[in-house]
Design a binder for this molecule. Structure first.
Ligand code: GAL
Length: 452
């Protein structure tokens, strides 16, 4: 690896057992969307509709990880990365969502897992990173309570196929985002809108979170089982009472809605009265069945949100004021650059007595990369990541639990509705040639995690 000025941060300050890694997701990297009998996911379907994705792009090829996984895992190894978080595409192994198993799909993940292990890279597998089988969506998807059975079957196949070698599991990726953006706002797949879709989707995701945990616990020996949550520090726009109330509601929705039922605390109904409508979807024993004793909680943070009262926003009466309206430093996603948010979220999840362990399973930033003399200059990303790792160190220094950090993401990839425009990678991808080049931030991360 090229040498350079290493930052003052040093991996050994985080202890020997601290987990350093990179995170990805199947639909964002694999491509090969219809190869070897893979079924269609809601993202394949959503991307077909004009106007849903930036420049009508799609994940059909993406960074072609399906064919290039060896090259990418070897690159990881050359950078000293020892932990690789990726997700399984449900329709690659169960093309119809349930029923017949696609052996070629199982083979692909076996190959990836085995190659990781050969390279001394530990696989961290997410079961569900948003790519629901389209055939199940046609029966209502997350809104249909039958998802409980569908999901149980899918997790059982994953646990029995890979559980002998994969020990680190995450059940869901950011349920708030896939239910909120996919079933309330309609800006992510499957593009559904409104409270009538959102509330049952939330409740079923909460139950599946626990079901997935129980299936893994019963089928995988020595499993380390987690699930992941998106979260952001919430700051009221002003000291006016109305803004403070609005911020509290946003906090309940964005930071508490999924973790609290899993801890046996139920939904945060007191702070968001409209949520009481979710109760009509509860069946006897659902409250107990929502609970699972996770080994770790995956915290995923990118920014903070500033929240203001707004009479025009139905149900919540609260709205997020985007970074561009506040004249603050921002990323290409229009997210404020605000590393202390990560510290505050570590503190937040530590405040629940039953949370045993916290791992940062995603953190990163999209900026424009400058290509100069074949080098990828991404000072802004490097600075952001460095500041965030310092926040993790600060939290550990104050005695808060936080035992791992995964950068989002390894290579540039398909950023959902934003297509290929925002690049988050430590490694630059030329999507025309599929050429990979380590960015300056990638060299920095490599030096950090291999520093002694
Ligand atoms: C997360 C998501 C990732 C990635 C990242 C950057 O919400 O889990 O898939 O897209 O945001 O936007």
């Amino acid at each position: 690896m090229p040498k350079g000025n290493s930052s003052k941060l040093c991996a050994k300050d985080f202890g020997e057992n601290f987990v350093w890694g990179v995170a990805t997701a199947a639909h964002q990297i694999e491509g090969a969307y219809d190869k070897h009998n893979k079924g269609k996911s809601i993202w394949d379907a959503f991307s077909l509709k004009k106007g849903n994705i930036y420049q009508n792009q799609n994940g059909n090829i993406s960074c072609d990880f399906y064919h290039r996984y060896k090259e990418d895992i070897l690159l990881m190894k050359s950078m000293g990365i020892q932990n690789f978080r990726f997700s399984i595409s449900w329709t690659r192994i169960l093309p119809n969502g349930v029923g017949k198993i696609n052996e070629k799909g199982i083979q692909f993940y076996n190959d990836v897992i085995n190659f990781c292990l050969k390279c001394d890279i530990t696989p961290w597998v997410t079961l569900y990173h948003w790519d629901l089988p389209q055939v199940l969506e046609e029966q209502g998807g997350w809104v249909n309570r039958k998802i409980l059975e569908w999901f149980k079957e899918y997790v059982t196949v994953c646990a029995t196929s890979f559980g002998d070698r994969v020990k680190n599991w995450m059940v869901l990726n950011e349920p708030m985002v896939f239910t909120g953006a996919g079933y309330f706002l309609g800006v992510h797949a499957p593009g559904k809108k409104g409270l009538k879709q959102f509330l049952p989707a939330v409740h079923h995701a909460v139950l599946c979170q626990a079901i997935g945990g129980r299936v893994l616990r019963s089928l995988v020996n020595n499993a380390n089982i987690g699930t992941t949550f998106s979260c952001s520090q919430i700051t009221p726009y002003s000291t006016k009472k109305k803004d403070i109330v609005a911020a509290k509601k946003a906090d309940a929705i964005l930071n508490r809605l999924f973790i609290e039922p899993s801890l046996g605390m139920g939904y945060p109904l007191e702070d968001v009265p409209v949520l009481k409508r979710i109760l009509k979807f509860l069946e006897p024993e659902d409250k107990e069945n929502s609970v699972f004793n996770f080994d770790f909680i995956g915290v995923q943070n990118y920014t903070r949100e500033v929240v203001k009262h707004s009479f025009l926003v139905p149900y919540l009466r609260a709205k997020i004021i985007k970074a561009s309206k506040r004249n603050v430093k921002k990323t290409l996603m229009d997210w404020e650059v605000y590393p202390p948010s990560l510290y505050n979220m570590i503190v937040h999840f530590n405040s629940y007595p039953n949370v045993k362990k916290v791992i940062i399973t995603e953190n990163g930033a999209a900026f424009t990369d400058a290509v100069i003399d074949n080098k990828i200059k991404d000072e802004d990303r490097k600075a952001y990541l460095e500041d965030c790792v310092k926040e993790v160190k600060r939290a550990r220094g104050k005695g808060f639990k936080v035992d791992g950090y995964f950068v989002w993401t390894f290579t540039d990839n398909f950023e959902w509705a934003e297509g290929y425009y925002p690049r988050f990678g430590l490694v630059h991808v030329d999507f025309k040639t599929q050429k990979r080049r380590i960015k300056d931030s990638g060299f920095w991360y490599s030096r950090l995690i291999t520093s002694t």
